[in-house]
Design a protein around this ligand. Structure first.
Ligand code: GTP
Ligand code: MG
Length: 488
């Protein structure tokens, strides 16, 4: 069964029937299908039992069964939850204050701007892109991660992931290990941002209705998470308006906040008219990776090539970063990892546009679905870089006028808003169509996704949360916001 990761659906029937030689395989069918609304834990349990049965079936099928998992009791279909999923955060104990009149909005906005500046000036790791660090091909650790996801324990992470899928209308029997695996990675990746954001916010919320003080805290938290003044203003204005209309209890406050954040992230996606960015089958797709140096363009391209292959698309890589000698080797390693051909020009100072020219020609003759183009992040001058991107773009448009072209701005989340501003200036010439946010793991600045949507007005298409080949997935605002505000 091929799982199309771009479109997030299985190509074949959702799941094969369970093996009849395994008692546990029949278990999920004996229970009446649990409704995720009525009993999310039971729903998760059923999804787990099903995945486990599939795994047992898969292990039983090969002539020589491998024991790839730590000793697991086979005849124990009912996993023990480690802990009941909590729907809502544990209440703290704030002192409620009656809602006072609002200060002038303009005044509030000015204050926010000022606070943003203060926060920016506070000592923090300035993430200026440092001098170019060549990434030798050998430094890419090929065997660091598994190629297939494995079913872990029936724990918090599983139940949380299952709840997120259930909330999107997924049936227990449609849940795939791929999705459970990624949601776990996403939640893990947003850990640092969440620590600052959620523990701050949720601890200030009690059983009592929202207060202006709680909103002030939320404002600081959003700014600190690098959500930007515009998104912060928008969310706070909506919350204040809501508070003026009615008393907002904490769970309603969280629900409303999530809705606001989702709306913000969804706005550019909706206006692009394309919910999920996937290569169009039956035609040539050319995706350019652009962005300043070191943000993760090449890594993203390698991960995308892998996603494409695993999703049943044919792919090719154009090594159009000819500025650094090591860049071609680096891209070659990524190509090898997924068996994706790489088109490169080994001569010194090769013309990147010529490499793209060759790649498109090769892709046409082979009927390749997707050409991924690696571009340089640094040249002698910014002007040269713009010129080069323009030239590449012109070659693509001329040679493949019927191709679907995407110009994806790759953005390093750990550079936060500074990175966004710099990248926007840099890449205006490239006719951007979307953004990939990388390095969400290990930064507390995951809120930059909100700034991307509100300030750059560009749809976020993929997010990277780790250096591994599987650490990139299509962006889903619902899942992102749930992971950002997960209460445990
Ligand atoms: N933690 C983490 N590291 C990442 C992620 N994406 C990329 N990296 C790392 O960031 C570093 C730079 O990545 P590259 O893909 O070489 O960046 P680039 O934009 O191609 O760099 P230039 O070609 O020099 O402009 C590498 O060490 C990557 O492993 C991510 O999502 N998480
Ligand atoms: Mg690169």
């Amino acid at each position: 069964m091929v799982y199309d990761w771009f479109n997030r659906q299985s190509e074949a029937a959702p799941t094969p029937p369970p093996a009849d030689d395994s008692a546990s395989a029949q278990e999920p069918q004996q229970d009446a299908a649990a409704s995720a609304d009525d009993d999310p834990l039971e729903w998760a349990r059923q999804a787990y039992a099903r995945l486990k049965a599939q795994k047992e079936q898969a292990n039983a099928t090969p002539a020589a069964p491998q024991s790839d998992s730590p000793a697991e009791p086979e005849t124990k279909p009912e996993p023990e939850p480690e802990r009941e999923p909590e729907q809502e955060p544990a209440p703290a104990d704030p002192e409620p204050t009656p809602v006072a009149g609002l200060s002038l909005l303009e005044q509030a906005a000015a204050q926010r701007q000022e606070r943003q500046q203060q926060l920016e000036q506070e000592p923090q790791v300035a993430q200026e892109p440092v001098a170019e660090q060549p990434v030798p091909a050998a430094s890419v650790e090929v065997d660091r991660e598994q190629d297939e996801p494995s079913l872990g324990a029936f724990d918090d992470t599983f139940t949380w992931s299952a709840e997120v899928l259930a909330a999107q209308g997924r049936e227990a029997e449609q849940v795939t290990l791929e999705e459970i695996d990624w949601l776990g990675r996403l939640r893990q990746g947003l850990e640092k941002t969440r620590q600052g954001f959620v523990s701050g916010l949720l601890e200030n919320l009690g059983d009592d209705p929202l207060t202006p003080e709680v909103l002030d805290d939320l404002e600081s938290l959003l700014l600190r998470a690098d959500a930007g003044v515009k998104a912060t203003d928008q969310v706070l204005d909506a919350l204040r308006k809501r508070m003026n209309e009615q008393v907002v209890d904490p769970s309603e406050g969280i629900r409303f906040l999530k809705e606001q954040l989702r709306d913000l992230l969804e706005a550019p996606i909706k206006s692009s008219g394309v919910d999920l960015l996937a290569p169009q089958r039956g035609q040539l797709n050319v995706w350019l990776m652009v962005g300043v140096n070191g943000v993760g363009k090449t890594t993203t391209l390698g991960k995308l090539a892998n996603l494409a292959v695993r999703s049943g698309y044919s792919a090719m890589i154009a090594a159009a970063d000819t500025f650094r000698a090591a860049a071609v080797q680096q891209v070659q390693v990524w190509g090898d990892r997924s068996d994706v051909p790489v088109v490169a020009n080994p001569s010194d100072n090769a013309d990147p546009a010529a490499v793209v020219f060759d790649a498109i020609g090769a892709a046409r003759s082979k009927g390749t679905d997707l050409v991924l183009v690696d571009t340089a992040g640094r040249l002698q001058t910014k002007h040269n870089l713009m010129e080069e991107l323009n030239k590449i773009r012109r070659v693509v448009d001329r040679l493949a006028p019927d191709a679907t072209v995407e110009s994806l701005l790759v953005l390093d989340a750990s550079q936060g808003q500074n990175g966004l501003k710099q990248a926007m200036a840099f890449a205006r010439a490239a006719g951007l169509t979307g953004v990939v946010i990388t390095k969400l793991d290990g930064t507390a600045r995951g809120g930059v996704a909100l700034a991307v949507a509100s300030e750059a007005g560009l749809p976020i298409r993929f997010i990277g949360a780790g250096e591994g080949i599987r650490d990139l997935r299509p962006f889903n605002s619902f899942e992102f916001v749930e992971a950002l505000l997960a209460s445990r």
